[in-house]
Design a protein around this ligand. Structure first.
Ligand code: C5P
Length: 210
């Protein structure tokens, strides 16, 4: 069974994906981590993330150890990720890995949960369950703000909100695999719905399709 979860940054996709994977014993792949790893490796070689030549080369020989690098979650890495993610060659290089994970989940698990921007539309258009998780830019920026505060950073709300909006803009307006709900996706707006309520709705849909 394949569960596809898409949506903008900080909408709650990752939390929902992890809970569903736990509940049903499925494998989980955070596909944003792959784009972040490419972005980080471009920054490490001193390249420009918008430069197709460098980014494609890094995505071809991606070092999976970068997925557990402490800098993977940094704002600068997220920004570089959204730039390399606009390059068709980079997306093509990451496609096989994602599709293979979905078709053959590790450790013989009976299903896979993938979250990202284009899972229901491009990576796994035949997924059994498609969810599109969203929330207003303000709510998502507040969540980011709190997360950073908890990590001991003194964030600037205006900067975070501008960053969320800039990333949305880039993700939704790129030519290749833009962020948008699949036609058959269930829309879940987490602006006013807490994660437990979202989880219950999603889990009910998964059970229905099993
Ligand atoms: O979800 P996360 O913020 O970690 O993703 C980082 C960036 O990777 C996103 O801003 C987006 O541009 C890109 N991405 C993508 N397709 C995916 C997952 C992430 O383009 N399936």
């Amino acid at each position: 069974m394949i569960i596809a979860i898409d949506g903008p940054a900080a909408a709650g996709k990752g939390t929902l994906a992890r809970r569903l994977a736990d509940e049903f014993g499925f494998a989980y792949l955070d596909t944003g981590g792959l784009y972040r790893a490419v972005g980080l490796s471009v920054l490490r070689v001193g390249g420009n993330p918008a430069d197709a030549g460098v980014a494609e080369a890094q995505s071809k020989s991606l070092d999976l150890a970068l997925l557990s690098d402490p800098e993977l979650r940094a704002e600068a890495t997220g920004n570089a990720a959204s730039k390399v993610a606009a390059l068709p060659g980079v997306r093509a290089n990451l496609l096989d890995f994602q599709r293979n994970f979905a078709a053959n989940p590790p450790e013989g698990r009976p299903g896979a949960v993938l979250d990202g921007r284009d899972i229901g539309t491009v990576v796994c258009p035949g997924a059994d369950v498609k969810l599109f998780v969203t929330a207003s830019a303000e709510v998502r920026a507040k969540r980011r703000f709190k997360e950073l505060e908890e990590r001991g950073v003194e964030p600037d709300f205006g900067v975070i909100l501008a960053d969320v909006r800039e990333r949305d803009e880039r993700d939704m307006n790129r030519e290749d695999a833009p962020l948008k709900p699949a036609e058959d996706a269930l829309l879940l707006d987490t602006s006013n719905l807490d994660i437990d309520a979202v989880f219950l709705r999603a889990a009910a849909l998964v059970k229905e399709r099993m």
